[in-house]
Design a protein around this ligand. Structure first.
Ligand SMILES: Cc1ncc(COP(=O)(O)O)c(C=O)c1O
Length: 403
């Protein structure tokens, strides 16, 4: 080993604080703890048997040789065609030149700052926003500017104020990062009227929008809201999708939809990251989409998650003390709970662990460090019984802190 390894690491990695949350999250893996902390789909939702047949068919055909070879950086042509076709049905005016495959959405969140960010550049995100996005942007030296959400997503009045203030200082963000459908962590969906306001503001201030939407197809009730990309269709919007929450996160397949010029730069950036996303897994995903089983599968998992969400919502209603509120998402995997103002979720965390239940601290999703009295609860992973029991345990820990 070298004498001072720390000096060998670059400035960027040295600047990354050891995540306290990562240490704390290790506790949530204890088998005696009911964890609402992860963002994991239910393992019961994985279509193992169908996938086994598809894999066997691939190995029985000519495709086996292509599946085991390097692929293009843009991704499997057939998979891209199938995805483009699905999106055209949702009003997106795109072709395969506008869509590239990534090693799931997290890679897209890493490639975006890789092509757009010089250290010190700014990005606007929601308060709160997906931690994996904020962290990836920060890794490339981006400075995050937070805009509060209300029940309809990012507040457009505050967004406009923020952009005006930045302009007064001669600044412009590289993009606005938004998660419009069943937001992680807040569980909120942005209605079309708010989406239009955000587009109008972005156009006025000449700023790109990144629409990150891994939960979009997991709608249990209510009407789907048009994609921001489809409402714009001028190239102002970059959209991210993934199979992680609707098929299997272990596939590590996602995609980016954007103007061709942007795709071109992202492809260049991806080449130095991994050359290509696994051609083998892309072939499986393409066959899965082709068979039509996918649509049935979506219905099955939506029913499963609706039931789990309802179970958690009624348990919260029954057991939580007055002064605690939570969001009621129409889809996705999470809901967001707000404690009375005087309570600190971080202090509560260890008490909850003593009661053998875990959650994610809400403040990790706030780039300005606010949100100390909030937490994210995942309802998709635990069984029905464990969801009820976990909420009871959490309510017990919270009640001890009620003034
Ligand atoms: C908003 C959001 N974006 C991106 C991701 C990354 O997903 P994946 O890399 O599995 O596609 C997640 C995962 O939870 C997420 O919630």
């Amino acid at each position: 080993m070298v004498s001072d390894l720390d000096k060998v690491f670059n400035r960027q990695i040295r600047a990354q604080k050891k995540s306290a949350i990562r240490e704390v999250l290790k506790l949530t893996q204890r088998p005696d703890i009911i964890s609402f902390a992860g963002g994991l789909p239910s393992p019961e939702s994985f279509p193992v048997e169908h996938l086994r047949k598809i894999v066997c068919n691939i190995f029985d055909s000519e495709d086996a040789y292509l599946a085991l070879q390097y692929g293009t950086t843009e991704g499997d042509q057939r998979l891209r065609e199938l995805l483009v076709e699905r999106y055209r049905q949702q009003g997106l005016e795109i072709d395969t030149g506008n869509l590239m495959i990534t090693t799931a959405s997290q890679q897209a969140l890493d490639l975006l700052p890789k092509v757009f960010i010089d250290p010190g550049d700014k990005i606007i995100c929601g308060l709160p926003s997906y931690l994996g996005g904020i962290s990836a942007f920060g890794f490339y030296g981006a400075k995050m500017e937070g805009v509060k959400l209300d029940n309809y997503g990012m507040r457009s009045d505050l967004l406009e104020d923020k952009l005006k203030k930045m302009k007064a200082f001669g600044e412009k963000p590289k993009f606005i990062y938004t998660i419009p459908d069943f937001q992680n962590p807040a569980g909120i969906t942005m209605p079309e009227s708010r989406r239009q306001e955000i587009i109008d503001i972005a156009r006025k201030h000449d700023v790109l929008i990144v629409e990150d939407s891994p939960y979009r197809e997991l709608r249990f009730e209510g009407n789907p809201q048009k994609m921001i990309f489809a409402m714009d269709n001028t190239g102002q919007v970059i959209s991210l999708g993934t199979f992680s929450k609707i098929l299997a996160p272990g596939f590590r397949i996602g995609w980016v939809i954007a103007h061709e010029e942007i795709i071109d730069k992202l492809v260049t950036a991806k080449q130095t990251a991994d050359l290509c996303t696994s051609p083998f897994v892309q072939k499986i995903a393409a066959k899965y989409l082709e068979t039509g089983i996918f649509e049935k599968h979506l219905e099955t998992i939506k029913n499963m998650y609706r039931d789990k969400r309802d179970t958690m919502l009624s348990a919260l209603k029954e057991h939580m003390p007055a002064g605690v509120t939570w969001t009621e998402p129409e889809g996705g995997l999470f809901l967001f709970l707000t404690l009375p103002e005087y309570m600190d979720a971080e202090k509560l965390f260890m008490q909850a662990i003593e009661e053998k239940v875990a959650f994610v601290l809400g403040n990790v999703f706030y780039c300005d460090g606010s949100g100390r009295n909030t937490m994210r609860l995942n309802f998709s992973f635990a069984s029905r019984e464990m969801n009820i029991e976990g909420v009871k345990r959490l309510a017990k820990a919270i009640r001890k802190n009620i003034k």
